[in-house]
Design a protein around this ligand. Structure first.
Ligand code: DGY
Length: 321
Protein backbone atom coordinates (compact mmCIF):
# COMPACT_ATOMS: atom_id res chain seq x y z
CA UNK A 1 0.00 0.00 0.00
CA UNK A 2 1.25 3.51 -0.88
CA UNK A 3 2.26 5.79 1.98
CA UNK A 4 1.74 8.83 -0.23
CA UNK A 5 -1.34 10.96 0.46
CA UNK A 6 -4.19 10.28 -1.97
CA UNK A 7 -5.38 13.30 -3.92
CA UNK A 8 -8.52 13.39 -6.02
CA UNK A 9 -7.83 15.66 -9.01
CA UNK A 10 -11.16 16.65 -10.51
CA UNK A 11 -10.03 17.92 -13.95
CA UNK A 12 -7.26 17.21 -16.47
CA UNK A 13 -4.32 19.33 -15.36
CA UNK A 14 -1.25 20.44 -17.38
CA UNK A 15 1.23 17.59 -17.97
CA UNK A 16 3.97 19.19 -15.87
CA UNK A 17 1.58 19.53 -12.94
CA UNK A 18 0.40 15.95 -13.20
CA UNK A 19 4.04 14.80 -13.39
CA UNK A 20 4.87 16.62 -10.15
CA UNK A 21 1.70 15.23 -8.55
CA UNK A 22 2.76 11.70 -9.41
CA UNK A 23 6.05 12.23 -7.57
CA UNK A 24 4.55 13.10 -4.20
CA UNK A 25 1.02 11.76 -4.24
CA UNK A 26 -1.17 8.88 -5.07
CA UNK A 27 -3.12 10.94 -7.59
CA UNK A 28 -6.58 10.00 -8.83
CA UNK A 29 -6.51 11.78 -12.16
CA UNK A 30 -9.25 12.57 -14.64
CA UNK A 31 -7.59 11.98 -18.05
CA UNK A 32 -10.89 12.39 -19.94
CA UNK A 33 -11.63 15.64 -18.13
CA UNK A 34 -15.19 14.53 -17.41
CA UNK A 35 -17.17 16.94 -15.26
CA UNK A 36 -18.16 15.39 -11.92
CA UNK A 37 -21.70 15.57 -10.63
CA UNK A 38 -22.00 16.30 -6.90
CA UNK A 39 -22.75 12.64 -6.20
CA UNK A 40 -19.85 11.56 -8.40
CA UNK A 41 -17.52 13.93 -6.61
CA UNK A 42 -18.48 12.61 -3.19
CA UNK A 43 -18.11 9.02 -4.37
CA UNK A 44 -14.74 9.67 -6.04
CA UNK A 45 -13.43 11.28 -2.85
CA UNK A 46 -13.88 8.03 -0.94
CA UNK A 47 -10.63 7.39 0.95
CA UNK A 48 -8.92 10.51 -0.47
CA UNK A 49 -6.81 12.68 1.82
CA UNK A 50 -7.31 15.80 -0.26
CA UNK A 51 -9.11 17.14 -3.31
CA UNK A 52 -7.55 19.37 -5.98
CA UNK A 53 -10.58 20.86 -7.75
CA UNK A 54 -11.33 23.75 -10.10
CA UNK A 55 -14.12 26.32 -9.85
CA UNK A 56 -16.25 23.93 -11.94
CA UNK A 57 -16.86 21.72 -8.87
CA UNK A 58 -19.36 23.12 -6.42
CA UNK A 59 -18.59 22.44 -2.78
CA UNK A 60 -21.91 23.42 -1.25
CA UNK A 61 -22.58 22.86 2.44
CA UNK A 62 -24.41 19.67 1.46
CA UNK A 63 -21.50 18.32 -0.62
CA UNK A 64 -19.02 19.18 2.12
CA UNK A 65 -21.18 17.43 4.72
CA UNK A 66 -21.17 14.31 2.53
CA UNK A 67 -17.40 14.27 1.92
CA UNK A 68 -15.63 11.37 3.63
CA UNK A 69 -13.88 12.18 6.90
CA UNK A 70 -10.55 11.27 5.25
CA UNK A 71 -10.59 14.54 3.25
CA UNK A 72 -8.37 17.02 5.10
CA UNK A 73 -7.91 19.65 2.40
CA UNK A 74 -9.42 21.24 -0.69
CA UNK A 75 -6.49 22.76 -2.60
CA UNK A 76 -8.15 24.77 -5.34
CA UNK A 77 -6.74 25.28 -8.81
CA UNK A 78 -8.23 28.80 -8.85
CA UNK A 79 -7.93 32.12 -7.13
CA UNK A 80 -11.71 32.45 -6.85
CA UNK A 81 -13.26 30.35 -4.11
CA UNK A 82 -16.93 31.21 -4.48
CA UNK A 83 -17.57 27.60 -5.50
CA UNK A 84 -16.69 26.49 -1.95
CA UNK A 85 -18.82 27.08 1.13
CA UNK A 86 -15.88 28.21 3.24
CA UNK A 87 -17.80 28.21 6.51
CA UNK A 88 -18.98 24.63 5.97
CA UNK A 89 -15.39 23.58 5.21
CA UNK A 90 -14.11 25.35 8.32
CA UNK A 91 -16.82 23.74 10.45
CA UNK A 92 -15.76 20.33 9.19
CA UNK A 93 -12.06 21.07 9.78
CA UNK A 94 -11.18 20.97 6.07
CA UNK A 95 -8.36 23.31 5.03
CA UNK A 96 -9.12 25.30 1.87
CA UNK A 97 -6.46 27.02 -0.27
CA UNK A 98 -6.43 28.99 -3.55
CA UNK A 99 -3.86 30.17 -6.13
CA UNK A 100 -3.46 33.95 -5.94
CA UNK A 101 -0.78 36.05 -7.69
CA UNK A 102 0.10 33.63 -10.47
CA UNK A 103 -2.87 34.50 -12.68
CA UNK A 104 -2.90 38.28 -12.27
CA UNK A 105 -1.04 39.06 -15.52
CA UNK A 106 -3.06 36.63 -17.63
CA UNK A 107 -6.38 37.82 -16.23
CA UNK A 108 -5.44 41.47 -16.67
CA UNK A 109 -4.62 40.72 -20.31
CA UNK A 110 -8.14 39.39 -20.79
CA UNK A 111 -9.60 42.40 -18.97
CA UNK A 112 -7.84 44.70 -21.44
CA UNK A 113 -8.95 42.50 -24.33
CA UNK A 114 -12.56 42.78 -23.09
CA UNK A 115 -12.16 46.53 -22.64
CA UNK A 116 -10.79 47.04 -26.14
CA UNK A 117 -13.07 44.44 -27.69
CA UNK A 118 -16.18 46.06 -26.25
CA UNK A 119 -15.08 49.62 -27.00
CA UNK A 120 -14.00 48.94 -30.58
CA UNK A 121 -16.80 46.47 -31.41
CA UNK A 122 -14.35 43.65 -32.05
CA UNK A 123 -16.89 40.81 -31.75
CA UNK A 124 -19.21 42.43 -34.25
CA UNK A 125 -16.37 43.24 -36.63
CA UNK A 126 -14.89 39.78 -36.49
CA UNK A 127 -18.26 38.20 -37.20
CA UNK A 128 -18.71 40.46 -40.24
CA UNK A 129 -15.38 39.40 -41.71
CA UNK A 130 -15.89 35.71 -40.95
CA UNK A 131 -19.41 35.48 -42.32
CA UNK A 132 -18.79 37.47 -45.48
CA UNK A 133 -21.02 40.24 -44.17
CA UNK A 134 -18.34 42.90 -44.70
CA UNK A 135 -19.41 44.68 -47.89
CA UNK A 136 -18.12 48.22 -47.72
CA UNK A 137 -16.22 50.89 -45.79
CA UNK A 138 -17.63 54.27 -44.89
CA UNK A 139 -16.90 56.95 -42.28
CA UNK A 140 -19.89 55.69 -40.33
CA UNK A 141 -18.86 52.04 -40.49
CA UNK A 142 -18.21 50.23 -37.17
CA UNK A 143 -17.61 53.40 -35.21
CA UNK A 144 -16.88 52.63 -31.57
CA UNK A 145 -15.62 54.32 -28.42
CA UNK A 146 -12.02 55.53 -28.15
CA UNK A 147 -10.18 54.14 -25.13
CA UNK A 148 -7.14 56.44 -25.00
CA UNK A 149 -7.29 59.06 -22.28
CA UNK A 150 -10.62 57.91 -20.80
CA UNK A 151 -11.46 57.39 -17.12
CA UNK A 152 -11.40 53.80 -15.89
CA UNK A 153 -12.96 52.78 -12.57
CA UNK A 154 -11.74 49.53 -11.07
CA UNK A 155 -13.85 47.72 -8.49
CA UNK A 156 -11.50 45.56 -6.42
CA UNK A 157 -7.92 46.82 -6.48
CA UNK A 158 -6.30 43.53 -5.49
CA UNK A 159 -3.58 41.82 -7.48
CA UNK A 160 -5.53 41.61 -10.74
CA UNK A 161 -7.02 45.11 -10.41
CA UNK A 162 -3.55 46.58 -9.92
CA UNK A 163 -2.24 44.96 -13.10
CA UNK A 164 -5.31 46.13 -15.01
CA UNK A 165 -4.55 49.68 -13.84
CA UNK A 166 -0.91 49.37 -14.92
CA UNK A 167 -1.81 48.11 -18.40
CA UNK A 168 -4.60 50.69 -18.80
CA UNK A 169 -2.10 53.47 -18.09
CA UNK A 170 -0.43 52.51 -21.38
CA UNK A 171 -3.61 53.87 -22.97
CA UNK A 172 -3.26 57.05 -20.92
CA UNK A 173 -6.37 56.10 -18.96
CA UNK A 174 -7.09 57.98 -15.73
CA UNK A 175 -7.48 55.39 -13.00
CA UNK A 176 -10.07 55.47 -10.22
CA UNK A 177 -10.69 52.61 -7.84
CA UNK A 178 -12.95 51.32 -5.13
CA UNK A 179 -11.57 48.83 -2.66
CA UNK A 180 -12.17 47.75 0.92
CA UNK A 181 -9.05 49.63 1.92
CA UNK A 182 -6.85 52.28 0.37
CA UNK A 183 -3.58 51.11 -1.20
CA UNK A 184 -0.17 52.46 -0.26
CA UNK A 185 0.69 55.47 -2.43
CA UNK A 186 3.41 53.46 -4.21
CA UNK A 187 0.87 50.84 -5.29
CA UNK A 188 -1.78 53.45 -5.98
CA UNK A 189 0.54 55.11 -8.53
CA UNK A 190 -1.68 58.17 -8.76
CA UNK A 191 -5.00 56.32 -8.96
CA UNK A 192 -7.89 58.07 -7.18
CA UNK A 193 -9.36 56.06 -4.27
CA UNK A 194 -13.14 56.13 -3.70
CA UNK A 195 -14.18 54.65 -0.36
CA UNK A 196 -17.79 54.76 -1.58
CA UNK A 197 -18.43 52.92 -4.85
CA UNK A 198 -21.48 55.05 -5.59
CA UNK A 199 -19.31 58.17 -5.58
CA UNK A 200 -16.93 56.67 -8.12
CA UNK A 201 -19.51 55.45 -10.63
CA UNK A 202 -20.45 58.82 -12.21
CA UNK A 203 -16.79 59.26 -13.22
CA UNK A 204 -16.37 55.88 -14.89
CA UNK A 205 -16.43 55.96 -18.67
CA UNK A 206 -15.17 52.40 -18.29
CA UNK A 207 -15.85 50.18 -15.29
CA UNK A 208 -13.79 47.03 -14.70
CA UNK A 209 -15.01 44.49 -12.13
CA UNK A 210 -12.09 42.77 -10.44
CA UNK A 211 -13.46 41.92 -7.00
CA UNK A 212 -14.11 38.45 -5.60
CA UNK A 213 -17.67 37.13 -5.54
CA UNK A 214 -18.63 37.20 -1.87
CA UNK A 215 -21.91 37.74 -0.04
CA UNK A 216 -20.94 41.46 0.12
CA UNK A 217 -20.27 41.84 -3.64
CA UNK A 218 -22.97 39.55 -5.05
CA UNK A 219 -25.14 41.49 -7.51
CA UNK A 220 -23.05 44.61 -6.85
CA UNK A 221 -23.59 45.95 -10.37
CA UNK A 222 -27.36 46.37 -10.21
CA UNK A 223 -29.83 48.76 -11.88
CA UNK A 224 -29.26 51.55 -9.32
CA UNK A 225 -25.51 51.45 -9.77
CA UNK A 226 -25.70 51.25 -13.57
CA UNK A 227 -27.92 54.35 -13.49
CA UNK A 228 -25.07 56.21 -11.77
CA UNK A 229 -22.61 55.48 -14.60
CA UNK A 230 -22.29 58.10 -17.35
CA UNK A 231 -24.42 57.46 -20.43
CA UNK A 232 -22.45 55.39 -22.93
CA UNK A 233 -20.20 53.80 -20.30
CA UNK A 234 -18.62 50.41 -20.93
CA UNK A 235 -18.58 47.58 -18.37
CA UNK A 236 -15.89 44.88 -18.20
CA UNK A 237 -16.20 41.79 -16.05
CA UNK A 238 -13.34 39.33 -15.64
CA UNK A 239 -14.09 38.56 -11.97
CA UNK A 240 -17.20 36.43 -11.54
CA UNK A 241 -20.68 36.56 -13.08
CA UNK A 242 -22.20 36.69 -9.62
CA UNK A 243 -21.14 40.31 -9.08
CA UNK A 244 -23.51 41.40 -11.86
CA UNK A 245 -27.30 41.53 -11.97
CA UNK A 246 -27.80 40.12 -15.48
CA UNK A 247 -31.27 41.57 -16.03
CA UNK A 248 -30.07 45.06 -15.12
CA UNK A 249 -26.97 44.85 -17.32
CA UNK A 250 -28.93 43.50 -20.28
CA UNK A 251 -31.61 46.19 -19.93
CA UNK A 252 -28.92 48.90 -19.93
CA UNK A 253 -27.21 47.40 -22.99
CA UNK A 254 -30.56 47.24 -24.80
CA UNK A 255 -31.59 50.79 -23.92
CA UNK A 256 -28.21 52.26 -24.89
CA UNK A 257 -27.57 53.51 -21.34
CA UNK A 258 -24.38 51.45 -21.63
CA UNK A 259 -22.51 51.49 -24.94
CA UNK A 260 -21.13 47.98 -24.52
CA UNK A 261 -19.95 45.25 -22.18
CA UNK A 262 -16.89 43.02 -22.38
CA UNK A 263 -17.52 39.85 -20.39
CA UNK A 264 -15.33 36.83 -19.69
CA UNK A 265 -17.40 35.52 -16.78
CA UNK A 266 -21.12 34.93 -16.32
CA UNK A 267 -23.77 33.73 -13.96
CA UNK A 268 -24.52 30.04 -14.48
CA UNK A 269 -21.66 29.31 -16.89
CA UNK A 270 -21.78 27.93 -19.52
CA UNK A 271 -25.59 28.28 -19.73
CA UNK A 272 -25.43 32.04 -19.71
CA UNK A 273 -28.36 34.43 -20.02
CA UNK A 274 -29.27 34.04 -23.73
CA UNK A 275 -29.68 37.78 -24.29
CA UNK A 276 -25.92 38.27 -24.03
CA UNK A 277 -25.49 36.21 -27.19
CA UNK A 278 -27.97 38.17 -29.25
CA UNK A 279 -26.88 41.68 -28.27
CA UNK A 280 -24.49 43.27 -30.74
CA UNK A 281 -22.85 45.45 -28.11
CA UNK A 282 -21.38 42.59 -26.10
CA UNK A 283 -17.88 41.20 -26.50
CA UNK A 284 -17.96 37.72 -25.00
CA UNK A 285 -15.30 35.23 -23.95
CA UNK A 286 -15.69 31.79 -22.27
CA UNK A 287 -13.99 32.37 -18.87
CA UNK A 288 -10.42 32.28 -20.19
CA UNK A 289 -8.80 34.87 -17.91
CA UNK A 290 -6.15 32.46 -16.65
CA UNK A 291 -5.90 30.36 -19.81
CA UNK A 292 -2.25 30.61 -20.79
CA UNK A 293 0.20 27.72 -20.63
CA UNK A 294 2.45 29.62 -18.23
CA UNK A 295 -0.36 30.55 -15.89
CA UNK A 296 -2.07 27.16 -15.86
CA UNK A 297 1.26 25.50 -14.95
CA UNK A 298 1.84 28.09 -12.25
CA UNK A 299 -1.65 27.59 -10.83
CA UNK A 300 -1.07 23.85 -10.59
CA UNK A 301 2.31 24.28 -8.94
CA UNK A 302 0.85 26.76 -6.48
CA UNK A 303 -1.93 24.31 -5.56
CA UNK A 304 0.73 21.63 -5.07
CA UNK A 305 2.87 23.95 -2.92
CA UNK A 306 -0.18 24.31 -0.69
CA UNK A 307 -0.76 20.54 -0.55
CA UNK A 308 2.92 19.89 0.14
CA UNK A 309 2.80 22.30 3.09
CA UNK A 310 -0.37 20.74 4.47
CA UNK A 311 1.00 17.20 4.32
CA UNK A 312 4.32 18.34 5.80
CA UNK A 313 2.38 19.73 8.77
CA UNK A 314 3.07 23.36 7.80
CA UNK A 315 0.65 26.21 7.27
CA UNK A 316 -0.04 26.58 3.53
CA UNK A 317 0.70 30.02 2.07
CA UNK A 318 -2.70 30.43 0.48
CA UNK A 319 -5.12 29.28 3.14
CA UNK A 320 -8.57 30.81 2.81
CA UNK A 321 -10.36 28.55 5.32
C1 DGY B 1 -9.84 31.57 -11.03
O1 DGY B 1 -8.72 31.15 -10.76
O2 DGY B 1 -10.62 31.98 -10.17
C2 DGY B 1 -10.25 31.55 -12.46
O3 DGY B 1 -11.44 32.22 -12.65
C3 DGY B 1 -10.38 30.12 -12.94
O4 DGY B 1 -11.13 29.41 -12.04
Amino acid sequence: MSSKPTVLVTRKLPDAVEARLAGGYDARLNPDDTLYTSDGLVAAADGADAILPCHTEKFTADVIARLPASVKAIANFSVGVDHVDLQAAKDKGIIVTNTPDVLSDATAEIALLCLLGAARRAGEGEALVRTGGWKDWSPAFMVGTQVTGKRLGIVGMGRVGQVVAKRARCFDMEIHYHNRSRLDPALEAGAAFHPDLDDMLPRCQFLSLNCPNTPETRGLLNADRIAKLPDGAIVINTARGGVVDDDALIAALKSGKLAAAGLDVFNNEPDIHPAYRTLKNTFLLPHIGSATRETRDAMGFRALDNLDAIFAGREPNDRVA
